[in-house]
Design a binder for this molecule. Structure first.
Ligand SMILES: [Fe+2]
Length: 244
């Protein structure tokens, strides 16, 4: 499809953005003002067109998955602690281990819309499979929280945190818990969900009695500023409360 004159005159990056948007069918969402922009060739209007297009693509990105089912729950485990601090990093600066970035959205099963302001609590083992409260003889102080965090989803239901790939830990003679990240997710009008995120390819997934296939994600290898890290997308769907 030939590009409108106003778009032809844009710089290369913006033109590519619109072309790629058109490939995804987003051109169907162009507003009526797009025609006026083509006729006038006004650059400010073309900038506005870009902005409107970006907004529409962002809305497309917030569309719920076709199959929206409640995220399965999982065991709480023995290492949960109340009162984790709000912060976007689970681990401390320089924490040993493979860096991990987790991004996702919290959805409402009832409304099929994202849930802003949902509270997500995260806790996990360190690179060696240790929790900060797994040694009764050396309990953490009340205000010390290692490899734990709490956050709220933004206005579009998104959340994101930095961490490290959690280590496995032994729970029996020859039984190991595979790498996992604990979640507790709550939002008004919804059942609080306790669950875990697992990593595809972990050799201990098969034998672990708690792993659920729907909770396994495949880490994507990424790199930033010369640092390699794992990226995981993990959306959460909360069911409504029983009385709704
Ligand atoms: Fe655990």
């Amino acid at each position: 499809m030939p590009l409108p004159a106003a778009i032809k005159n844009m710089d290369e990056s913006k033109r590519r953005f619109l072309q790629s948007a058109a490939m995804f069918g987003a051109s169907l969402l162009l507003p009526a003002s797009a025609v006026a922009t083509e006729a006038s060739g006004d650059k400010r209007e073309s900038e506005q067109l870009i902005e409107e297009q970006e907004n529409r693509l962002n809305k497309l990105a917030t569309a719920p998955p076709v199959q929206l089912t409640a995220t399965e729950d999982n065991i709480l485990g023995p290492y949960y602690r109340q009162g984790s601090p709000y912060r976007a990093k689970v681990t401390s600066i320089g924490e040993p281990g493979t860096p991990l970035l987790v991004k996702g959205k919290v959805w409402s099963l009832n409304t099929r819309k994202p849930l802003p302001g949902a509270i997500i609590e995260i806790w996990q083992a360190d690179d060696k499979g240790r929790y900060d409260n797994d040694d009764p003889e050396h309990p953490p102080t009340a205000d010390s929280f290692t490899n734990r965090t709490r956050m709220t989803t933004d206005e579009t239901g998104r959340y994101e945190f930095e961490s490290i790939h959690p280590g496995k830990y032994r729970i029996g003679e020859s039984l190991w818990r595979p790498s996992h990240v604990h979640y507790m997710v709550s939002a008004p009008g919804h059942k609080t969900l306790v669950t875990q995120l697992y990593f595809h390819g972990d050799p201990h997934n098969e034998k672990d009695q708690f792993v659920k296939q729907s909770l396994i994600r495949t880490p994507k290898k990424e790199s930033s500023n010369g640092v390699s890290y794992e990226l995981i997308a993990f959306d959460i769907v909360l069911a409504g409360t029983a009385n709704r």
